[in-house]
Design a protein around this ligand. Structure first.
Ligand code: SF4
Ligand code: SF4
Length: 368
């Protein structure tokens, strides 16, 4: 296993972290939690020492399953993370609800402290400010007590927006989606986080499965390697100097082996070097939006990159339901905004990929 230093700390973390949102659904439904726990135990055997968990994953059993494994490992050999937000709490925001959530996570994970506790799912600067006001004080209190070692955040915001959160200097690290489809949304964010000495954990390195499901579109990532497309996509992310940990969601031991292979003999490069290497490759496939954000400045404030990123799902084999799901729950944008377009064409003139943005927005506006 290849290890990296977590930001400006002394923590040595594995370049691959275990994302614990993909335990086998049938086993969970049948109550075979011990069997699911074989995955984190196997991951640890293979050198993975970072376990990313959260309430609600896997029928709300992820923390419990991960805890079964963690209780069999030496606590000081692993890093354990979980998350909370007021969306997750779904109750009145108070110290009591925050504590109840935190204590539940500790109990389920069978630990006395969390190495990383995330302010979960910052969808926009507005939601960031709301969550900071409501929750950050409770995070600090838990940190002062020693039950949370590091306060971190997770976000689906783009690079520029993420920069605002990083500049607050309130967080030791961040968890963001990063993959060969969306890296341009996030590149400036990871660069700033790295410069500031934050740890950067990348989730969704396979684009929610879109990348392995479309091997021809992403074959260019495998050139000069003996890796398959999924492994090559993991290596693409892990090889960024600015990214500390790449999360791999594993259902089987073979998935763990795949992820471990992806970082064998890993070489790190600055993101600017990686982007330069891939700039002319693959990314214009079927007019996919690459998240470059050159289309900013819409006169009616449509979040064009977010809508076009969601439409990518359809181009890569998805359907309207998946497009809608991504708009609403990944980006947190109102689908009705798509119908505000006045067809001024500003975005289409500025876009380097030349997708028919206006047509796609019309199509999205009709999704119910
Ligand atoms: S064409 Fe529509 S989406 Fe594009 S900038 Fe003009 S109003 Fe905004
Ligand atoms: S300019 Fe084009 S490719 Fe870039 S984010 Fe906007 S729609 Fe996507």
């Amino acid at each position: 296993m290849y290890y990296k230093k977590y930001g400006f700390t002394d923590m040595q973390v594995s370049a691959i972290g275990l994302g614990t949102m993909r335990y086998d659904d049938e086993d969970i439904t049948a109550g075979r939690l011990e069997k699911c726990a074989e995955i984190p135990l196997y991951a640890f055997e293979k050198g993975i020492n970072y376990f990313d968990s959260a309430p609600f994953y896997c029928q709300d059993k992820s923390e419990e399953i991960t805890g079964i494994a963690i209780s069999q490992l030496k606590r000081d050999k692993i890093y354990v993370s979980s998350k909370t937000s007021f969306y997750a709490i779904g109750e009145e925001i108070s110290r009591d609800t925050f504590r109840r959530r935190l204590e539940t996570s500790l109990t389920r994970l069978k630990v006395d402290y969390l190495d990383f506790y995330h302010l979960w799912c910052l969808l926009s600067l507005e939601s960031y400010e709301e969550q900071m006001d409501a929750l950050y004080g409770f995070f600090e209190e838990a940190k002062n007590e020693g039950i949370v070692k590091n306060i971190v955040f997770s976000s689906h915001m783009q690079g520029k927006e993420i920069e605002n959160v990083i500049e607050s200097n309130k967080f030791k690290g961040m968890l963001i989606g990063y993959n060969p489809l969306n890296y341009r949304f996030r590149q400036s964010g990871i660069e700033l986080a790295y410069e500031k000495g934050m740890g950067v954990v990348a989730m969704n390195p396979l684009g929610g499965g879109l990348i392995p499901q479309n091997p021809l579109a992403f074959e260019y990532l495998t050139q000069g390697t003996d890796l398959n497309v999924a492994q090559a996509a993991l290596r693409f992310v892990a090889s960024h100097k600015e990214i500390t940990i790449t999360l791999a969601g594993c259902t089987t031991k073979e998935h763990v082996d795949d992820a471990v292979k992806a970082v064998e003999g890993l070489k790190e490069y600055k993101s600017s070097e990686i982007v330069a290497q891939y700039v002319d490759k693959g990314m214009s496939f079927n007019n996919l939006c690459t998240g470059c954000d050159y289309c900013k400045g819409c006169p009616v404030n449509i979040s064009i990159p977010k809508f076009m990123d969601s439409y990518n799902e359809k181009i890569l084999g998805g359907n309207d339901f998946e497009v809608k799901d991504r708009i609403l729950y990944h980006w947190g944008v109102k689908i009705e905004d798509a119908s505000k377009c006045i067809a001024c064409k500003m975005c289409e003139k500025q876009c380097t990929q030349h997708p028919p943005i206006i047509e796609r927005l019309k199509e999205i506006a009709k999704i119910v």
